[in-house]
Design a protein around this ligand. Structure first.
Ligand code: C2E
Ligand code: MG
Ligand code: MG
Length: 747
């Protein structure tokens, strides 16, 4: 029994082992079956195909996967798979497909129309035609093209291989290659080529570019080119091509059409920036303008808001909310500004205070007090010029005013217009209370304009106001009354000048100049006199310096010069060729003013010769501003005018001036030398100056000659030309004419 069992067991094990072995053998045979099947085929079943990627939709990169795709790749893949190949595509990095033929890392290159040698000259072979590719001409105008042979055609240089095929097809066709499509289009538009040639499928893509919409496709000028894969003509290459051809042969037309339709119906063209600009240019420009406009408006708005905010702040900082006048801060700023911009105006500053204002508030009520302040503010402001005067409520019941110095009548008018109604403010309301105002006045001096200190000036006005308050007498007091008179006089001169010139109140008088030797009148000096409506006859001493300070002297001088020229012209007409010396103020000569030009115009207008005008420039002027004075003098002399140095001896640099300044005549002021001091010393000085001037070869005239003794002395030392009271005083023009006439007759 045991042996039977043992036998059964060993049989079972043996069967198990056999089953296991059989299972392993079966499994092995199953796993090795395809390998065994394949072992019957040729080696090298995968192909690397080099293709361009810039020929959408034939060869291009999928926008999402970045894989090479297109009609060409799909058809190649179908053909290769039919031939039992697996295929992968690689972008050709060489410049042309001919170059790529020399790269052994590709098994195949495509597309070729025909077999062409590689760049290094190796022969190539090509596959059968994978599809017939339509090629189309595109032109810049719509004229249709019929003959291809004498055309000049542009193509992309990456199509160089295709171009060779085209050359074989149309030997008469001239082909130019361009790097990029924009260059091709540029050549077409400029007429460099007659047409562009490319694969029709590629045109269907390229011509979607908006800026190419004007190009015309020539449907009649279409021809087909083969679309083949190529490789160097080697035994391996021949084997690949032979096997691939079998796959190509089994490609059906339906498959071809399906692939072409698939890629040509996709929306492949993607707009770049230039396309958007071309298509939406106007809209983009309009949008940009709109955005800029909006930005500008916004910025302006922000500025306006900021400005109004600042304005409000300024209002708060500089104005008194109750009266609307400046507060102390604003008044100070405004006064500083006015004094800077009106440095020549005679101004006064008043500090005004309501007497017993506390009593008014307590007995009539605060509101009544406020009303009074407002009324006063309004009345005063009305009476002032906003442009160049100022008023401020500097605290409580204290008002400060900066005002031009005006004539007495105007002051009286102010009193009637402003002060009287303020005094009667409560009386007019039926209340028995007369308002009293105490005013302190400070008259500004030239120093106050140079060193502007509003608080200091107000302090001085306040001192005067206190005197009024303490005295309980007059309503106002001056801190500096003498300045008031001076200021008033300045105002009367400055304010009256224009009207005086117009009215002929300013006259030109002539003081004859004589030759003491011959006793003849040799010339005259023009000196102005002013018959002032209010102040009576004024002499230059009374107003020249004021006009100089106020910057008005040029107005007066040009008037005098012109009057002189008019007289000279009249005398010329009468046959009297006279000469006259005119005075030039140092302030007439400035960088921005050419007085030589002014004089030249005058002699032209009045038909004079320049030597009839002797131009007197005072010696001190040369000291103050030598350069411009010397250049002006030189210019005047070049133009033929006689230039004289006036008041020689009155300045401090006479001798130095003699050396530096080119003048025709020196006018020695005897008055300065003889007025005081040792007479004998004066004589020595005059004698030596005269000798020196003569030796320097300059002319000389002595002015201020008052006595015969002086005249004789001058003659003895060699100075014959003289001017002075001893001979004649300045006289009106008609007297001078009469005098000259008499002398003429006595000759
Ligand atoms: P100046 O140019 O030196 O003129 C001579 C001044 O001396 C004149 O005074 C004249 O009347 C005065 N005079 C003449 N002979 C004698 C004399 O024997 N003794 C004395 N003591 N004085 C004599 P006037 O006319 O008052 O002019 C004064 C100054 O005013 C002039 O001095 C001149 O610098 C200036 N001036 C006069 N007219 C004008 C003008 O139209 N424009 C400018 N810018 N300045 C003028
Ligand atoms: Mg003079
Ligand atoms: Mg003089």
């Amino acid at each position: 029994m045991n042996s039977f069992r043992t036998k059964i067991t060993s049989l079972t094990v043996s069967i198990g082992i056999i089953i296991c072995i059989a299972a392993v053998v079966f499994a092995f045979s199953i796993s090795t079956l395809p390998a065994l099947a394949a072992s019957g085929e040729e080696a090298g079943d995968s192909l690397i195909v080099g293709v361009p990627t810039d020929r959408c939709p034939v060869f291009y990169l999928n926008a999402d996967t970045k894989e090479i795709t297109g009609i060409g790749t799909d058809l190649m893949r179908l053909a290769a798979e039919n031939a039992g190949y697996s295929v992968s595509f690689k972008a050709v990095e060489e410049e042309t497909l001919k170059d790529a033929l020399d790269n052994p890392s590709y098994d195949l290159i495509m597309p070729f129309g025909s077999a062409i040698p590689s760049s290094s000259g190796k022969a190539s072979i090509v596959s059968d035609n994978i599809m017939r590719t339509p090629f189309t001409l595109v032109t810049a105008d719509s004229r249709s093209i019929r003959k291809f042979n004498d055309l000049h055609v542009g193509m992309l240089s990456s199509l160089a291989a295709g171009a060779e095929t085209v050359r074989q097809m149309y030997p008469g066709m001239e082909i130019s290659l361009y790097e990029t499509m924009p260059e091709c289009v540029k050549a077409l538009r400029s007429g460099e080529v007659d047409a562009l040639l490319h694969n029709s499928y590629v045109w269907s893509y390229v011509l979607q570019k908006p800026s190419y919409s004007d190009l015309t496709v020539q449907p009649t000028a279409m021809f087909s080119m083969d679309f083949r894969a190529g490789t160097p003509d080697t035994p391996e290459g021949q084997a690949i091509i032979a096997r691939l051809n079998k796959g190509i042969a089994s490609l059906s037309d339906t498959q071809r059409q399906a692939v072409i339709l698939d890629h040509t119906s996709r929306k492949l063209y993607q707009y770049d920036l230039s396309d958007y600009i071309y298509q939406y240019g106007l809209a983009i420009i309009m949008s940009i303008i709109l955005v800029i406009l909006l930005a500008v408006i916004t910025v302006q708005r922000i500025r306006a808001v900021k400005k109004s905010h600042e304005e409000k702040m300024r209002q708060l900082m500089d104005y008194d909310p109750m009266t609307g006048l400046y507060n102390m801060n604003g008044f100070r700023k405004r006064v500083e500004e006015l004094l800077r911009t009106h440095p020549d105006a005679p101004y006064f500053l008043s500090y005004n205070n309501i007497r017993d204002f506390k009593f008014i508030n307590d007995s009539l009520g605060r509101e009544a007090g406020d009303e009074l302040l407002k009324f006063w503010a309004e009345r005063s402001a009305e009476n002032l010029s906003e442009e160049d005067e100022a008023i401020g409520r500097i605290d409580a019941d204290h008002f400060a005013v900066l005002r031009h110095i005006v004539e007495e009548e105007r002051m009286r008018e102010d009193e009637i217009n402003v002060l009287t109604p303020v005094h009667d403010f409560f009386i007019d309301q039926g209340k028995e209370y007369r308002v009293q105002i105490c005013s302190g006045i400070y008259v500004l001096t030239p120093k106050d304009f140079r060193n502007i200190d509003v608080d200091h000036m107000l302090d001085l006005a306040r001192v005067a106001e206190k005197r009024v308050r303490d005295s309980r007498k007059g309503a106002f007091e001056f801190y500096n009354p003498e300045q008031w008179d001076k200021g008033k006089r300045i105002a009367e001169i400055i304010n009256y000048l224009p009207a005086a010139i117009r009215a002929g109140d300013i006259q030109v008088w002539y003081q004859p100049q004589v030759n003491y030797e011959t006793k003849m009148i040799t010339g005259a000096e023009a000196l102005c006199r002013w018959d002032h409506t209010k102040l009576g006859w004024l002499y230059p001493f009374d107003f020249i310096s004021t006009l100089e300070e106020a910057g008005l002297i040029f107005d007066l001088d040009t008037f005098v010069w012109e009057s002189v020229c008019r007289d000279l012209h009249r005398w010329n007409e009468q046959g009297e060729h006279r000469s006259v010396s005119v005075n030039v103020s140092r302030d007439d000569i400035r960088d921005d003013r050419d007085i030589s030009d002014h004089f030249l115009n005058l002699v032209r207008t009045y038909d004079l010769t320049p030597d009839q005008l002797h131009i007197e420039i005072t010696e001190t002027a040369y000291v103050e501003n030598p350069e411009i004075l010397i250049s002006t003098t030189e210019k005047l002399r070049t133009l033929g005018f006689q230039v004289e140095m006036d008041d020689f001896g009155s300045g401090y640099s006479s001798l130095h001036m003699l050396k530096e300044v080119p003048v025709d005549r020196i006018k020695l002021d005897l008055h300065f030398l003889t007025a005081s001091g040792d007479r004998e010393k004066s004589r020595i000085i005059v004698r030596n100056i005269t000798r020196m001037i003569n030796e320097l070869g300059m002319n000389m005239i002595a002015e201020g000659v008052e006595t015969e003794a002086q005249a004789d002395f001058l003659k003895n030392i060699g100075c014959d030309e003289m001017q002075g009271y001893y001979f004649y005083k300045p006289m009106p023009v008609n007297e001078y004419e009469k005098l000259s006439g008499q002398i003429q007759e006595n000759r």
